[in-house]
Design a protein around this ligand. Structure first.
Ligand SMILES: C[S@@+](CC[C@H](N)C(=O)[O-])C[C@H]1O[C@@H](n2cnc3c(N)ncnc32)[C@H](O)[C@@H]1O
Length: 389
């Protein structure tokens, strides 16, 4: 399949699609370090602000007419909206508007959009509702699912929302989990942190940024006391960080200290070897303590947990590199996702444009905000929309 990639970042998603046999014709991101990383490892990325670009010109330049198979990458959900018709006029929603423009002008047969879990409830569900409604108006059959990455061989608890669309009426099936996981310890499973990084614990290699960051002073004292699974709140008060104490003791409306509600940032956490890692974000190298060493994770360890191969080089400052890694779709999951699209592409068309399927949580209980979004999607599913194609 020939694909175009938007918001391509370091290329985690793209690497998975390439490994599954797709060819990326062009990739775009507006940050230079991301583009540098992409070009050093994959090639073909350009720096472009997708909130102001003209997709008809891009479509003309790329010159594939209506033969583009796939568009990958989603607009970062910035959490802005205003309801109803004003939604599309509001400049703060420009990234999703531009994504819709991309669909209209590039006309891919398939699209795959990845986003954070927050997209499900942002602006009371209006953001997701409006985006999906537009996809349907543009002629797509749409499928939405919250994915738990640890169920697909990724050694990390990471939840993301995947939206897939097809404009030929082909039914799509999300990939079945390869590693059933239920939140317990997976001692013999391939998705543990131990299996991902144990061999790196004493490696010193400046080039690969694997030099362990050994700690000193109070930070070392804190780490020495933390047992696997413990966080800043388990330390004696004298060792807790000032800002943590302030936040932990702040009381919220119902009188429960926010740390007890799981709300306050825990500052430092010692990871557990025989479980999937916690979600890698750009804060990981400052907050996640190695399971058996008194140091935080290195950039390369974070890359391993995100399933990047060891020869994948990240460009930019340490901050920029960890941002790229934390933002990425794990290539291992992306490859499984790509394979599911390739498989569904063999199916016979049988669907009308519309919201066909959504599964927003595998938990049986629903928060009231998620339940509200589901009601909106159910309504959308049952509505016959005027097509705009
Ligand atoms: C979640 S990351 C993408 C990660 C990527 N899919 C991967 O797997 O590595 C979102 C990307 O969108 C880019 N971005 C944000 N606003 C943008 C804009 N206006 N134009 C182009 N790219 C933008 C960011 O620089 C970031 O790299």
């Amino acid at each position: 399949m020939k694909a175009v990639s938007l918001f391509s970042g370091a290329g985690g998603m793209d690497l998975g699609f390439i490994n599954a046999g797709c060819k990326i014709l062009a990739a775009y991101d507006n940050m230079q370090p991301m583009v540098d990383t992409y070009n050093k490892n994959i090639g073909g990325a350009s720096r472009l602000d997708l909130s102001t670009c003209d997709f008809s010109t891009i479509a003309e330049k790329l010159g594939f007419g209506d033969s583009l198979d796939l568009l990958i990458g989603g607009p970062p959900c910035q959490g802005f909206t205003s309801a109803g018709t004003r939604f599309w006029d509001d400049p703060r929603n420009s990234l999703v508007r531009n994504y819709a423009d991309a669909l209209r002008h590039l006309c891919p047969r398939w699209f795959v959009m990845e986003n954070v879990e927050g997209i499900l409830t942002t602006a009371k569900g209006v953001y997701l509702y409006e985006a999906v409604k537009r996809m349907v108006e543009l002629g797509y059959s749409v499928f939405i699912r919250k994915i738990y990455m640890q169920e697909y061989g990724v050694p990390q608890r990471r939840k993301r929302v995947i939206i897939v669309g097809n404009r030929e009426g082909k039914p799509y099936h999300f990939p079945l989990p390869t590693t059933p996981a239920s939140g317990q310890i997976y001692r013999d499973s391939a998705v543990t942190l131990r299996n991902a990084i144990e061999d790196l614990q004493d490696v010193e290699d400046v080039e690969l940024d694997q030099v362990p960051q050994w700690e000193t002073g109070i930070k070392l004292k804190r780490m020495e006391m933390l047992k696997p699974g413990q966080t800043m709140k388990d330390l004696p008060e004298a060792l807790q960080h000032e800002s943590f104490k302030r936040r932990a003791h702040r009381r919220v409306m119902d009188g429960t200290p926010s740390a007890k509600r799981g709300g306050a940032p825990s500052g430092l956490k010692r990871l557990v070897y025989d479980e999937p890692c916690l979600t890698i974000t750009s804060a990981a190298p400052s907050e996640f303590v190695h399971p058996v060493r008194n140091r935080t994770l290195t950039v390369r360890e974070c890359a391993r947990i995100q399933t990047f191969p060891d020869d994948y080089k990240f460009h930019g400052t340490k901050r920029e590199r960890i941002l790229q890694i934390g933002n990425a779709v794990p290539p291992r999951f992306a490859c499984i996702l790509a394979e599911s699209i390739l498989k569904s592409d063999q199916e016979e068309p049988s669907l009308e444009p519309g919201l066909v399927y959504y599964d927003l949580s595998k938990a049986s209980a629903r928060s009231s905000s998620l339940a509200r979004t589901e009601r909106m999607l159910e309504q959308l599913k049952n509505t016959q929309l005027q097509l705009d194609i």
